[in-house]
Design a protein around this ligand. Structure first.
Ligand code: NAD
Length: 260
């Protein structure tokens, strides 16, 4: 379905980004991976994706907390991959603390990566999409782009900002063959959430299994994690022709969290 399309997936060396990269590659898109990690492990991942799906897979390790690196990532995709038809703004970090104790440098880091990076990748990728008359921008928001929880001020501010950015981009690109939508997952068991499970187990003096069950039963009525494959499937749908007239949406995939 996506043969001939080139996709940049930020933060795709792990978790949700990797799930989306796999799903897009399975549909025939060529992929630019991005993110941190052990260089040898990333090279193995790159090779195995290319081999499994028979598509071109490249890697660029840009640190997207820096605006100029975001722009360079897109330009690299345009040079080496043939473009950036599909832009998945996924890279993100979390920091948990009450607002009075929230380190200012952590605020800056979360806003830089979880919000500003998407501005920089979008502003750089948009001219190429306009020239081709086709583009898909998918921003990874969160249920925390639609509602709040305690002790996550920077993350929640950034994710609400991403939902707003999604709407603004949808209006600026309407009618040009370009769509911009946000995905809003609830709990997904990735390294980002595993750190929160461990912190909760330690704070409450319970096992990690118990901490996990408690987290799910508090906010996610299905009591099961959304999987990275399910989010990959939603991203593929947003890139399909069935979604040609869907833009500016923020789609929960959260086991009912937003229905509470
Ligand atoms: P993860 O920690 O597994 O993956 C994060 C990815 O971002 C990794 O590839 C990492 O190397 C990369 N990254 C980190 N800092 C970077 C930087 N400065 N520059 C470039 N890449 C960087 O986390 P995840 O759970 O897969 O999260 C992915 C996205 O999904 C994030 O935006 C997160 O906020 C969002 N999200 C996650 C959940 C969840 O429950 N896991 C829920 C809602 C939203």
């Amino acid at each position: 379905m996506l043969k001939g399309k080139s996709a940049v997936v930020t933060g795709s060396t792990s978790g949700i980004g990797l799930g989306i990269a796999r799903a897009l590659a399975a549909e025939g898109a060529s992929i630019m991976l991005n993110g941190f990690g052990n260089p040898a492990a990333i090279e193995t991942l790159r090779e195995s994706l290319a081999h499994e799906f028979g598509v071109t897979v490249l890697f660029n390790g840009a640190d997207l907390s820096k605006g100029e690196h975001c722009a360079a990532l897109i330009r690299d995709a345009e040079t080496r991959l043939g473009g950036c038809d599909i832009l998945i703004n996924n890279a993100g970090i979390q920091y948990v603390a009450p607002v009075e104790e929230f380190p200012v440098e952590r605020w800056d880091a979360v806003i830089a990566l979880n919000l500003s990076a998407s501005f920089h990748t979008i502003r750089t990728a948009l001219p190429g999409m306009k020239t081709k008359g086709w583009g898909r921008i998918v921003n990874m928001a969160s249920v925390h782009g639609l509602c709040a929880s305690v002790n996550k001020i920077a993350y929640i501010s950034a994710k609400h900002g991403i939902v707003g950015m999604t709407k603004a981009m949808a209006l600026e690109t309407a009618g040009l063959g370009i769509t911009c939508n946000a995905i809003c997952p609830g709990w997904v068991k990735t390294p980002l959430v595993e750190a929160q499970i461990l912190a909760r187990a330690t704070a409450h003096g319970v096992s990690e299994d118990q901490a996990m069950r408690d987290m799910l039963s508090e906010r996610q009525p299905s009591k099961t994690f959304t999987t990275t494959e399910q989010i990959g499937g939603l991203a593929v749908f947003l890139c399909s022709s069935a979604a040609d007239n869907m833009t500016g949406t923020a789609l929960p995939i959260d086991g009912g969290w937003m229905a509470l």
